[in-house]
Ligand binder design. Structure first.
Ligand code: G1P
Ligand code: ZN
Length: 553
């Protein structure tokens, strides 16, 4: 550990920008752009300057910084440290190797009572010199900063004339230790340890360990992204699973050329191990920054909407949730599977717009305990982000407690609560103009659609989803086009807010079959008539020129 004394002497440069950047509008997950864009001179610095000017409490405060290990991670940490010192930050907490998953960052912000954190990640987008990079800011509650903050940052970047940065820093990220840059303390800490401790408070590790040490092979795919070091320590060291349980466990700057998104398309090696053989009982994967999860059983895929419903129905079996749930929430496009469970449990169920930040107020106010999104995100009040490994531990705990397979859990769930057949069809890389024309065209026709025949039924109501926050009363509009059918089925269209190439159109399809009905259909078949009707109504194939979605979940 290197020791140095604080010194008021800090050589700070004042850099003048010839002109401000106009394209630094953060999306749902921070500023996400290609690595090449971030490598333009002053580009990263401009955004960081705006963040440091806007974030409350920088002077003398504590800030957490780390990322998912992708190309650009270490350079960004160096820049942020030098700029934070120039802005009078009191203490910077960085993690060894710069490795810090999004959920672990959320935990550290809360635990260290920091003013917030800067997470360097483009989540599940590919990385490397030709991939994407991202800078996301979380607030003091550990959750993604609200729109009021990101709007203010954007406004600041648009008229920025320059930035302040300390000259140089020789920061050793390879070992834990403490140092100073001028008066700012820098603590390099292990980013894995505190997170694993939190997991041990929530889950019965002896119970899970007995399962994993028995002849119960599981495979975890870290996709060469941030969860590798966490998962190896967790599954193979703490819980005693055999070496090799964690696959692709070494974080790489380009994720080994892969697309670190845990779904059936991008985690297909893991999917074929579980769905195409009988060698494993359980499989799971997390995304680039560790907040998403995919759960697989032997020949069984758990869709994330169902996963949230299963966690809710089984929560009292779990150590950290034994006393029950305050309530639950799901994003609007997530299926209503959890609603049925919440109703039976007699707890509140909230429907929020897409994006984790909308859960923050409900969690902070103690109105909900669990929440989730169809996009492989599940989490709880333990932090203010979705949490991939947490979801895996939750599932393992249920399986260890109930001593049954994933497929049996699902069958029993559906025969008790009914089944929400569900699928999301993504059309990626659509020409932006065409995507917006399609979307706006449908939006204009919404009011004329109620009462119209659709698939095997009729549209009861069509609208553009708006959310009124039950905690602070704020209104968020234009969150997705909904076709609500008379029998409770739904079709939703949204344009992605996280893509970096062209536009991504997402079509979400859902049909409910009550317990006692046919619960054994293939989802694509069960939804077949709705898929065709959605295409006919919105002209998706004709407009995009694509004859099938890029990703089907
Ligand atoms: C996607 C998901 C959304 C999630 C977000 C960040 O956003 O759909 O549920 O919160 O990534 O992980 P989208 O690209 O749809 O705007
Ligand atoms: Zn992510």
């Amino acid at each position: 550990m290197s020791i140095s004394t604080p010194s008021a002497e800090l050589s700070v440069q004042q850099i003048t920008l010839a002109q401000p950047f106009q394209d630094q509008k953060p999306g749902t997950s921070g500023l996400r752009k290609s690595s090449k864009q971030f490598e333009q001179p002053h580009y990263l610095e401009s955004f960081v300057e705006a963040v440091l000017r806007t974030l409350p409490g920088v002077e003398g405060g504590t800030l957490i910084v780390g990322g998912d290990g992708r190309y650009g991670n270490r350079r960004a940490i160096d820049v942020i440290a030098r700029m934070a010192a120039a802005h009078g930050l009191g203490r910077l907490v960085v993690t060894t190797g710069g490795i810090l998953s999004t959920p672990a960052a959320s935990h550290l912000i809360r635990q260290q009572q920091a003013i917030g954190g800067i997470i360097l990640s483009a989540s599940h987008n590919p990385g490397g010199p030709n991939g994407d990079f991202g800078v996301k800011v979380n607030g003091a509650n550990g959750g993604p900063a609200p729109a009021s903050f990101t709007d203010a940052v954007f406004a600041c970047t648009q008229q920025l004339d320059g930035y302040r940065i300390a000259d140089s820093l020789n920061l050793n990220l390879d070992a834990a230790g403490s140092t100073h840059l001028g008066a700012m303390a820098i603590d390099v800490i292990d980013g894995v340890h505190d997170y694993l401790q939190l997991m041990q408070e929530l889950f019965d590790f002896d119970l899970i360990s007995t399962l994993l040490k028995g002849s119960w092979p599981m495979a975890f795919d870290a996709m060469h992204a941030v969860t590798g070091p966490y998962a190896s320590a967790l599954f193979e060291q703490l819980l005693g699973a055999p070496a090799g349980t964690v696959r692709n466990g070494m974080p790489l700057e380009d994720f080994g050329g892969g697309h670190p998104d845990p779904n059936l398309t991008y985690a297909k090696d893991l999917a074929s191990l579980l769905l195409g053989s009988d060698d494993y009982r359980f499989g799971a994967a997390c995304d680039g920054d560790g907040d998403r999860n995919m759960i697989l059983g032997q020949r069984c895929f758990v869709n994330p909407s169902d996963s949230l419903a299963v966690l809710t129905a089984n929560a009292t079996l779990i150590k950290g949730y034994a006393s029950g749930l305050a309530g639950v929430a799901r994003s609007m496009p997530t299926s209503a599977a959890v609603d049925v469970v919440a109703k039976e449990l007699g707890i509140d169920c909230f429907e929020t717009p897409t994006g984790w930040k909308f859960f923050g107020n409900l969690l902070d106010a103690g109105r909900i305990t669990l929440c989730g999104e169809e996009s492989f995100g599940t989490g709880s009040n333990h932090i203010r982000e979705k949490d991939g490994l947490w979801a895996v531990l939750f599932w393992l705990s249920i399986l260890a407690k109930r001593q049954c397979s994933v497929a049996e859990v699902m069958q029993q769930h559906w025969s008790r609560f009914g089944r929400h057949y569900y699928s999301r069809h993504d059309y990626e890389g659509v020409e932006t103009g065409k995507a917006h024309a399609l979307y706006n065209g449908l939006r204009e026709r919404l009011s004329s659609l109620s009462g119209e025949a659709f698939a095997d039924g009729r549209i009861a109501k069509a609208d553009d989803f708006a959310y009124s926050d039950p905690v602070d009363g704020s209104l968020t509009e234009k969150q997705g086009l909904r076709l609500l059918l008379e029998d409770g089925s739904r079709v939703i269209l949204r344009l992605s807010g996280t893509g970096t190439k062209g536009a991504t159109l997402r079509v979400y399809l859902e049909r409910y079959v009550a317990a006692g009905g046919d619960l054994q259909q293939d989802p694509q078949q069960a939804l077949g008539s709705m898929i065709a009707a959605a295409d006919a109504l919105a002209g998706i194939r004709a407009t995009t020129g694509m004859d099938r979605p890029t990703v089907i979940t």
